[in-house]
Design a protein around this ligand. Structure first.
Ligand code: AMP
Ligand code: MG
Length: 319
């Protein structure tokens, strides 16, 4: 029997019983549990095979819930919360002593977000506790943007995927940390850098490959298909280097018009937003076709294109 269901009351029951439920958000599906249940939080890590050093994002129903989670809200954090919540922005702030260390990997900061999805906002409003929810995929693999993606990953491990349809934004939230009360981008994501800068001014990015990353989304290889994937500027040229192989290509808006390839065009109308929303589903699809290689086209380096390139980069063996 399918574990996909629209029954919010059932989700509430399971979460209250310290079990996990996959929840829809506008970014990707999350694997959610009660932040105050050690049992639930431990099973998030074990189900995902996520290392304990990777902290989780706490999901709350409104900006006002922030006061119970953190001890200090910098001025610019308040501006950002008012501008973008509910929405695809996560902020990392000094944690209150109520937040268990297991959630934050022992750090004195906690990542928090108000997701912009009707079903999950309703769920969060009805629950007496916030939800910890990393993406609902095994650690390192492609994030889920549809209920069926989660089902295929975890049908034997969890009891329910709360069905909220396809994720409209389709890539993870943008994570913003604070150093001396000034915002810094820890992870590029579904909220474009330019939109954030319009509210708080020029902001620096600390999103590079690091040995001990502040955020696991920073790991060099993450969000990755099992098929060998390349990210290039000139897809047609790269195709010529893989003669005789079964090739899948992922392009922004223009077809290569080559019948010997499996091709997915992310947005014929050249919408970055549309392309982002289809990105992971397209990678899931290509990854299931037993291809020898996937060749993805690099996006223009602005707006959501920057975030899409970041994810594609981590999905690839870079050239
Ligand atoms: P996921 O939900 O799987 O995309 O992962 C949650 C993201 O939030 C990861 O990249 C975490 O490292 C990041 N995160 C959570 N808490 C913190 C924190 N206290 N400091 C920095 N990054 C965090
Ligand atoms: Mg993740």
């Amino acid at each position: 029997m399918s574990i996909i269901s629209k029954d919010i009351q059932k989700a509430i029951q399971l979460l209250t019983d310290e079990q996990l439920v996959a929840i829809p958000t506008e970014t990707v599906y999350g694997l959610a549990g009660n932040i105050f249940s050690e049992k639930a939080i431990k099973s998030i890590f074990s189900t995902k095979k996520r290392p304990f050093f990777n902290p989780l994002i706490v999901h709350v129903p409104s900006v006002s819930s922030l006061e119970n989670i953190v001890t200090h809200i910098p001025k610019k954090a308040k501006l950002l919360a008012d501008a973008f919540w509910p929405g695809s922005m996560t902020m990392v702030l000094k944690k209150s002593s109520k937040i268990p260390d297991l959630i934050t990997a022992g750090k004195d900061t906690v990542a928090v977000r108000v997701p912009n999805h009707k079903v999950t906002l309703e769920l969060l409003k009805q629950l007496p506790f916030p939800l910890a929810a990393p993406s609902a995929n095994p650690f390192g693999s492609i994030s889920p943007t549809k209920p069926t993606h989660v089902e295929s990953y975890f049908k034997d491990d969890i009891k329910m995927v709360l069905d909220g349809g396809s994720c409209t934004n389709g890539i993870e939230s943008t994570i913003i940390g604070f150093e001396n009360d000034e915002p810094i981008i820890y992870r590029l994501g579904a909220l474009a850098l330019e939109d954030i800068e319009a509210v708080v001014g020029k902001i620096s990015i600390k999103n590079k490959k690091e040995v001990s990353p502040d955020a696991p989304g920073m790991l060099a290889r993450h969000y990755a298909p099992s098929t060998k994937t390349f990210l290039v500027d000139d897809v047609a040229l790269e195709v010529t280097k893989h003669q005789g192989k079964k090739i899948g290509v992922l392009v922004f808006n223009q077809s290569l018009n080559n019948d010997s390839l499996t091709e997915i065009i992310l947005s014929e109308e050249k919408s970055m937003q549309k392309a982002a929303s289809k990105l992971y589903d397209s990678l899931h699809e290509l990854d299931h076709l037993n291809l020898d290689v996937i060749i993805a086209e690099r996006f223009p380096d602005n707006g959501l294109g920057k975030s899409i390139n970041d994810r594609l980069q981590r999905a690839t063996f870079s050239l």
